[in-house]
Write a protein that binds this ligand. Sequence first.
Ligand code: UDP
Length: 453
Amino acid sequence: MNRPRRIAFLSEHANPLAMLGGADAGGQNVYVSEVSRNLAQRGYVVDVFTRRDSPATPEVTSYVPGVRVINLSAGPLQPRPKDELWPYMPAFRDALQHFIERDETHYDLVHGNFWMSGWVAVELRRRLAIPVVQIFHAMGKTKRLHQKRVDTSPGDRIQSELAVIQQADSIIAQCPHERFELVNDYGADPRKVALIPSAVNTNIFRPIARDEARQRIGLDTQQKVIVYVGRMLPRKDIRNVVRALALLVQQDERTQDASVSPITLMIVGGESAQPDPLATPEIGELQKLAAELGVTHHMRFIGNRQAAELCNYYSAADVAVTTPWYEPFGLTPLEAMACGRPVIGSAVGGITYTIKDGETGLLVPPRDPAALAICLRQLLTQPALCLQMGLAARRRVEQEFTWSMVAMRTAALYEMLLTERLQAPLPLEPLSLLSLPLVSNTTSAEEMDCDAH
Ligand code: UDP
């Protein structure tokens, strides 16, 4: 490389500097943060473009050497749910183009994150004649299938995804299931789909002895501990874990076999660092369910925690659990694995790829508390098996799932596309032909209670 390659990384709602754990701040933020920083370590210069959501946020922030975060004004200067951002995407595109002209930056490639930034990315592709790599993080058809009426996505999400898939030069699938969705549900050209699994930061997420971890977080107990870490959304189905917990407790009481009792379910995530059912309605739902099932005193809501602290929570547990209805990739199972803990996960999406069933954890059907209770009992009564699976889990992430590997594969993809472009340059299109259709969202307030992604 003569001069460093410059990459425009678009992520309209997921800012790499955001606090994580709330409804719209999770895996995508981590991806943008880790991939941009690891690309910079490989010599790329990366500008992450995101939506400015506060007047106090400066337009440009230097993140780490080689990475800037550019906050573009598009829509209100306040946080908005991401499903309300679609109408602001033309303004986001125009602000981005303005910034490029003003800053006199020449980008070599655009990397779009999520479908809305994908739309902006392909718009930019036509204006600047540079290649586009797109990663969706979640697909609209799958979300609609599972969430049906409560899917708050704008009505033309799927149509826009189809257009982005047609026009992007390459699409990253994070796991074989996502590749299947892209090719089979959306008719993507399989040659355009690159499988690059996401990863975990193995320096931040590392095993800590169980008792030490418990001491660090003030968990003064010798009980069996199950941990859930993640956004608090209905589709993550933490209610399923509460139901399985109740089954375990009832079984122990009925048979007077205390093999998994006493037991605690620790739940990390939500809008605030203190668990607050007003700020995080799903906490209220879980509290109600726990009371109905008589397991209130077996549950501990922690609130959200940031990456540096999370390894204490994973390591304090005997087993980590995540049983969503669907999961595009799922970073939290990898984080628990990196902390040397076995994970029980539902056999959906990326989880079937990251967890090696029977080796690093167990897979269960979603929405099946009885199956989850059986697996929990199996692991909680066998500490030696947990230890063995935890060791295998850590080995697996070190070998297969590090962000430096993701950056290496992403860089190889960029270089391939840039070489192709050198041989066959993209035509610059006249502005009059530009702009994909943009249809406004009509979601009723009563439907707004559900998930994200
Ligand atoms: N997370 C966090 N603090 C919390 C809850 C979650 O930092 O209190 C992080 C978690 O560690 C993970 C991400 O949010 O890195 C969630 O990513 P995942 O892919 O599991 O789910 P998504 O948010 O993409 O649905």
